[in-house]
Unconditional design. Structure first.
Length: 253
């Protein structure tokens, strides 16, 4: 469809894809969404090599990686801004975006899929979020048949093994601690308004709170044993409140 609107290529359930999707919605950018299935030919092609989703087609160019997507949106649609105007606050916001990208987002994905691997029917429901009913049913059959292959691919690409998962659990705890240290009792991680830092932390850690504001119908919240030591962490309340206050409605058309 060549109507000039940006197109978001996404896994609807993914935390990094939610980061880009939230930015589009926050800025009120009309766009189209194309939800792909993991392991299917188009998604494998778009994720080949070091490429990954989300991808946004914007003004005739293809932008990959959620951080680059937000940077492109800030340039093309500067208001409402996600980057603070004041130089030091902007530096801190971008530093925190990078921190949560590298030290919580990947770890959340690793821990979540490691936990879900023991309940394949649940994992399949999760990965077919946003797919039409018949397409989802067909996809679940296909994913069930190819799951060993898909798991080997994901394990090789994202280091899904017991030792890496144990480190990621510790990293998630430190990420929650960083939220509390940065906001210091306030509503925001940087300054007095919502920035890319808040969006990144809340989007990438959404599986820890399973927010009702998530834009697609997720299956019921999973019961993860690793959550027990952090269930009362105050940063979880902050994540939930950030979703309630700032997620807003979809700008997809």
């Amino acid at each position: 469809m060549s109507d000039g609107l940006p197109v978001l290529w996404q896994y609807s359930f993914s935390n990094y894809n939610e980061k880009a999707r939230w930015a589009l919605d926050f800025k009120g950018v009309p766009h189209r969404r194309r939800s792909l299935m993991p392991g299917w030919p188009r998604s494998l092609w778009m994720s080949r090599g070091d490429r990954t989703l989300p991808v946004v087609d914007l003004d005739g160019r293809r932008v990959m990686d959620s951080t680059r997507i937000i940077a492109a949106l800030e340039q093309r649609f500067p208001e409402p801004a996600l980057y603070p105007q004041e130089a030091e606050e902007r530096r801190r916001a971008l530093e925190l975006e990078d921190f949560f990208d590298e030290h919580t987002g990947h770890d959340m994905r690793r821990v979540g899929f490691w936990e879900a691997r023991g309940d394949l029917p649940y994992a399949l429901r999760f990965m077919t979020t946003d797919q039409p009913r018949i397409a989802a049913a067909v996809a679940r059959v296909g994913l069930r048949a190819t799951f060993p292959l898909v798991w080997r691919y994901m394990s090789a690409r994202y280091a899904f093994d017991e030792e890496a998962v144990a480190r990621s659990r510790e990293t998630l705890q430190r990420g929650l601690d960083r939220i509390e240290a940065e906001r210091d009792g306030g509503d925001y991680l940087v300054g007095q308004s919502f920035t890319v830092a808040d969006l990144t932390a809340a989007a990438l850690l959404y599986p820890l709170v399973w927010p009702p504001e998530f834009p697609y119908g997720l299956p019921e919240s999973p019961r993860w044993d690793f959550m027990e030591p952090i269930r009362g962490h105050p940063a979880l309340d902050w994540i939930g409140e950030t979703w309630r206050r700032h997620r807003g409605s979809s700008a997809a058309v």
